[in-house]
Design a protein around this ligand. Structure first.
Ligand SMILES: [Zn+2]
Ligand SMILES: [Zn+2]
Length: 526
């Protein structure tokens, strides 16, 4: 078994209290002795963020570009798990065997440097996994997606199966080249001369950081990084020689007060409105480093990931409230997507000419849109599969076929609780939206009579001082129900709780049209 990537999701607003969403590793761990390694296609959270969670239970090889591995190493180091991984760096174009796996790695352009597509030569033919990619002919580092190499492979050996990034499959046209953002930033720095400039982008987007720094330097500004991951990644990228900011032009955030506001450019984390990020703290006037004023221009060099829109909007409101001018991708092209759009995906399909095709990486509608593109590009619909998490697919000389599935799905993390499960999330949602009603009573089981209660209290359901009648009526309904159940000699405490739950539930729903969580509790007195 060779794994490709090991990422995580960030929770939606409806997953109350959840910090992280992980894949279900049970199938991988049950087969731990068969795992040869993990190919890390690139350094994004959704591709390597769950490595610490898997590697705490699995010792294995990590295979990827030098940068991808350095980013993974940082993550494992923070979790004290460095000893669990053997790091094997591979170069662009390199072909190498790992156990039964004959792998070759091709450069692809994306919003973090040094991403890779991976080809696996198998007895049933070549399987090509695109990784996250775009076709940018003028990327900041000149390292373009290797269409020549992939085309050569397709011509010489044929691509039996292509798995390709579907994120932007239902966006028409072609994504902007990353270098176009540089020009836009330059113009913005010109237009906002005399003001302090604060920018925010993903800390792993080294090319964006480079372009922001280039614009800053062009206007004699000193670059100041803010946010732990930004500081860490800038240091790493400079050390590796893939980010060029001269020593004299880079200062620590603690030096900010020594610099003239109109001669600095702060590069911060938090472009997705992450709650504890540097930018969110600024927007909440809670930053220990700086206070936003009407002399600030904040450039969000990013686009909110679906689900983050309201968090980003909250941050922008906070900044504007304090007088800042905020520039975002809505009024200026300060961001270019790292994922291929429809025309690029078609080009990729034309170059690789896959016999079989599985769209990957995207929501279901993106996968379906990508499947349609493949059909348009001549892939036989019988050789296209839209799969879901856990599907097992077999590739043979004749085609691809679904072969059942393995356990898959989401595991929800909250603090140190490992899997809090969907049921608990549903409870939290109801608690949050509807509140809770607790009904307590004490009975004498021998004499079959009520000796205390029922009492009804609620939190978050109705405003109690104004709802005395409702609570009294609920208590009466519970009393009647409890008396009825007590008459049945065989009825136990569970039956009594059930009876009260039904009676109170009906009254609550009839009178208020609501369905709070009901917690009946009957105790017996001896
Ligand atoms: Zn990515
Ligand atoms: Zn991704």
């Amino acid at each position: 078994m060779m794994l490709i990537d090991c990422g995580l999701l960030f929770p939606d607003d409806d997953m109350g209290g959840v910090d992280k969403v992980l894949p279900d590793f049970s199938y991988v761990l049950e087969n731990a002795d068969r795992v040869e390694g993990i190919v890390i296609t690139h350094g994004h959270e959704d591709h390597m963020g769950a490595l610490p969670n898997l590697l705490k239970d699995l010792k294995t090889k990590l295979i990827g570009s030098e940068l991808s591995l350095r980013l993974a190493r940082n993550r494992l180091d923070e979790a004290n798990l460095l000893g669990q991984a053997e790091f094997i760096a591979v170069k662009d174009g390199e072909r190498r065997k790992f156990g039964a796996f004959d792998c070759q790695f091709f450069p692809v352009t994306h919003s973090v440097p040094h991403g890779m597509a991976t080809a696996f030569r198998t007895p049933a033919g070549v399987i090509l996994h695109s990784g996250d990619f775009k076709l940018d002919l003028t990327p900041v580092d000149g390292r373009i997606t290797d269409l020549t190499g992939l085309g050569h492979l397709a011509r010489e050996e044929g691509i039996a199966l292509l798995l390709s990034d579907s994120t932007n499959a239902d966006e028409h046209g072609h994504s902007q080249s990353e270098t176009t953002v540089g020009g836009v930033l330059y113009d913005l720095f010109h237009a906002h001369e005399g003001r302090r400039i604060i920018t925010a982008c993903f800390a792993s987007h080294i090319h964006r950081v480079q372009q922001i720094a280039d614009a800053a330097l062009a206007f004699d500004r000193t670059v100041v990084t803010l946010g732990r991951s930004m500081q860490k990644n800038v240091a790493l990228a400079r050390e590796m020689g893939i980010l060029n900011i001269p020593d004299h032009a880079l200062r620590d955030i603690s030096d900010l007060d020594d610099l003239e506001p109109d001669k600095v450019c702060i590069i911060s984390t938090g472009s997705q409105g992450e709650p504890m990020s540097a930018l969110s703290l600024m927007a909440a006037n809670d930053s220990k480093w700086l206070r936003i004023t009407s002399n600030d221009t904040v450039i969000l060099s990013s686009h909110p990931i679906p689900g983050n829109e309201s968090a980003v909007s909250r941050v922008m409101n906070g900044l504007v409230r304090m007088g800042a001018r905020v520039v975002h991708s809505g009024h200026s092209d300060v961001h270019a997507s790292g994922h291929a759009k429809a025309e690029e995906l078609k080009t990729f399909l034309a170059v690789t000419e896959p016999k079989n095709f599985i769209p990957v990486h995207g929501e279901y509608r993106h996968l379906v849109a990508h499947a349609a593109l493949a059909e348009k590009m001549g892939v036989d619909p019988k050789h296209i599969l839209v799969c879901e998490d856990g599907d097992r697919v077999e590739l043979t000389k004749t085609g691809i076929e679904r072969q059942g599935s393995v356990p898959a799905g989401y595991v929800y993390l909250h603090g140190t609780l490992s899997d809090i499960g969907r049921g608990l999330l549903e409870d939290r949602r109801v608690l949050g939206n509807e509140g809770v009603v607790v009904i307590t009573a004490t009975v004498d089981l021998d004499q079959r009579r009520i000796v205390g209660g029922p009492e009804v209290v609620s939190r978050g359901w109705v405003y109690e001082p104004e709802a005395g009648d409702l609570l009294d009526d609920a208590a009466d309904a519970a009393y009647d129900a409890l008396r009825k159940v007590l008459k049945d000699e065989d009825a136990g405490l569970g039956d009594m709780e059930q009876g009260m739950r039904r009676a109170v539930g009906k009254l609550v729903s009839d009178r208020t049209g609501r369905r709070p969580i009901l917690m009946p509790l009957v105790t017996s007195q001896h």
